[in-house]
Design a protein around this ligand. Sequence first.
Ligand code: SF4
Length: 303
Amino acid sequence: MKPAAPAGPSKSAATAKPAKAAATAKPAKAAAPAKPAKKSAAPAKPAKPESRLAMVRRARRINRELAEVYPYAHPELDFRNPFELLVATVLSAQTTDLRVNQTTPALFAKYPTPEDLAAAVPEEVEELIRPTGFFRAKTKSIMGLATALRDDFGGEVPGRLEDLVKLPGVGRKTAFVVLGNAFGVPGITVDTHFMRLARRWRWTESDDPVKIEAEVAAIFPKSEWTMLSHRVIFHGRRICHARKPACGACPITHLCPSYGEGETDPEKARKLLKYEMGGLPGQRLNPPPGYPGRPAPPLGGSA
Ligand code: SF4
């Protein structure tokens, strides 16, 4: 059975091709979709409510198409080991990954291990992480978790959810980031981008991260969870923004029931694209191989 027609514009109006090109060719040029949705493309209203089966098929197709758009999707925090990823993830609360990446090189140069950080002078740590905001609370968290790692886990980051969430400043979201990216354990990272897009795509109606995680987990096989999270977050950061999604430059309009929530004019939408999609630097100072954009500049540097 064919899935019910989604509420997006017709496939001819979609922009899958340009975004595929973005993944393989020169970053700045390729990242800007060349054939965005037509200005006049109006989303078709579904004749009847979408069935659960149709929604699941559409969701899985979104995941497959995002995999083609962002074959280089990855965690956008720079890290060299689980300890660095854990600390960087805690620091990323209420700020951008870019700002964290610009801050952590000096922090990890001075305190490369949990033992070093646990024994630090708090005021010195505060100064180093000040650019990430909330630096007093974050200093308490990262020194607290470094102390717990030293005293309770032999100086190693544990690879189990139940241990990670007991560490100061570590919730399920942080724990899943660490498990998925440092230990290869499948996990869904429900951050602000993931929540917004899951609702726009009608994968959920909830705004509770734990419920969203469970509902999305029921749609996708476990093996997809970690990469699905990266792809959705990449799309949220680059194209499907909170206040003004760039619908007119989006490669999955034909699968999106919320097409038209943002800017549909192709030219105007293209100007809203961020990072490599907009020909701009990314968030990582050390992006992984295959990333088609430019690395982020160091703190105080220009792109
Ligand atoms: S930008 Fe977001 S809301 Fe707009 S069509 Fe794309 S996925 Fe849907």
